[in-house]
Design a protein around this ligand. Structure first.
Ligand SMILES: [Zn+2]
Length: 414
């Protein structure tokens, strides 16, 4: 048997590899061939993906997995959105990392982590960087060195509620130097100001919420500030990190007008953004399409670029690499999307996920759980969740087929 799985007849868009009408063969959880006209006779399972777009499994550079106030279960979102790698962006610090690790290891998707420089991580809503005693550099370094297989960077949240100063960033840089890792810095309402944060970042470090409408020091007179231009030029990576408060079309427009597009598009998906305004990564990608970026660029920003930013497996369909694959129906169907300030734009097309594979295995459908009790929702969000539950219940309480849809298993004796 040449392939365990053959995806046949699709249009591959793999910005880190080849983009053309190509079949994809999978063997033993790895990409075995990406070629036109692969022979289906040599495949155990053939999936007809004609008319569909095949991409590397999406890599979401900023999510919150599992534990604490913000964490969500990625699997019930992953199977229907194409996201095969969920980088946890600081949900856990040194004191909570064992719980994160135990939880994350039981997920179907990949869950590498950025360790929060604050020991408690995001067990609570915010304020984790305000207590100097909790910014425990020694504990963080020991946790990095003891969890090299999972920890791929260090996270610091720099805004007035989370920190109020640059101290978490200074200590995160010390931890990152000791571990040879990049830092991801979250920016928001000052203090500290975003330009102060950017000036401390090194090439290869990441600023998330880069198109924030709340962070002071990103724009100056409607144009990217000196600190933004300098950071971009020296190789600081700009990550979208949409979240509940971190994305403004106006700021994105200013970055694009100055020729400084975000390197990566991530959701900051968590318990307070998954029911809107973020919803998922394909919807966030559609917001970049709405801002005028081409589809191939947007796919690069959700595959090869985030994978390279943190040295992660996947992100391309390279032969020999992990068979993390997403299949989308891309329809020319304009739909409205909103930023966190409720500015509405029209996305020119929709990416609807049809299938998602991790290590060559199709992720099974999973019903998303409801919100935890501390999450505030509007009446419209509650009504939508109730409607979704009703639709699932109706689907699952109807017999799948009638008698004429069944094979006769036990023929009666005549
Ligand atoms: Zn976040």
């Amino acid at each position: 048997m040449r392939f365990d799985l053959l995806l046949r007849g699709g249009e591959v868009i793999d910005p880190g590899g080849r983009s053309a009408a190509l079949d994809v063969g999978v063997r033993a959880g790895r990409i075995a061939a990406v070629e036109p006209g692969l022979d289906p006779a040599g495949a155990r399972e053939v999936a007809d993906v004609s008319g569909l777009v095949v991409t590397p499994g999406l890599v979401d550079l900023h999510t919150h997995v599992g534990i604490g106030y913000w964490g969500i279960d990625p699997d019930p979102v992953a199977w229907c959105t194409g996201v095969t790698t969920w980088v946890d962006a600081g949900s856990a610090g040194a004191y909570t990392f064992r719980a994160f690790r135990a939880y994350a290891q039981t997920r179907r998707v990949r869950t590498p982590a950025l360790l929060n420089v604050a020991g408690p991580g995001l067990a609570g809503q915010t304020g984790e960087g305000r207590d100097p005693a909790a910014l425990d550099v020694d504990a963080a370094i020991a946790t990095v060195l003891g969890n090299r297989d999972v920890i791929v960077g260090v996270k610091a949240r720099l805004d007035s509620g989370a920190a109020g100063s640059l101290e978490p960033l200074r200590r995160a840089l010390t931890v990152a130097e000791a571990g040879g890792l990049p830092v991801m810095a979250h920016i928001g309402v000052a203090p500290p100001r975003a330009d102060e944060v950017l000036d401390l970042l090194r090439p290869g470090d990441i600023v998330t919420h880069c198109a924030s409408g709340l962070a002071e020091g990103l724009l100056d007179g409607g144009r990217p500030s000196r600190a933004v231009v300098d950071a971009y030029a020296r190789g600081v990576l700009f990550d979208l990190g949409h979240g509940a408060g971190g994305f403004s079309f106006a700021t994105l427009d200013a970055l694009l007008a100055a020729g400084l597009p975000p390197h990566t598009v991530s959701t900051d998906l968590h318990a307070r953004s998954v029911f809107g305004p973020v919803f998922d990564l394909p919807t966030t990608m559609a917001k970049l399409l709405a801002a005028g970026l081409p589809l191939a660029d947007v796919i690069a920003a959700a595959t090869v670029r985030p994978a390279r930013a943190l040295g992660l497996p996947g992100g391309t369909l390279t032969v020999g690499g992990p068979a993390d694959i997403a299949v989308f129906a891309v329809t020319e169907e304009p739909f409205d999307v909103a930023d966190v300030h409720l500015t509405v734009r029209t996305a020119p097309r929709r990416l609807a996920n049809v299938a998602t594979y991790v290590d060559g295995a199709l992720l099974p459908p999973l019903l998303p759980p409801g919100p935890p009790p501390w999450i505030p929702l509007t009446g419209a969000q509650r009504a939508a969740l109730d409607a979704r539950t009703r639709i699932f219940r109706d689907l699952l309480t109807q017999p799948l087929v009638a008698a004429d849809g069944l094979d006769e298993q036990f023929r009666r004796q005549e």
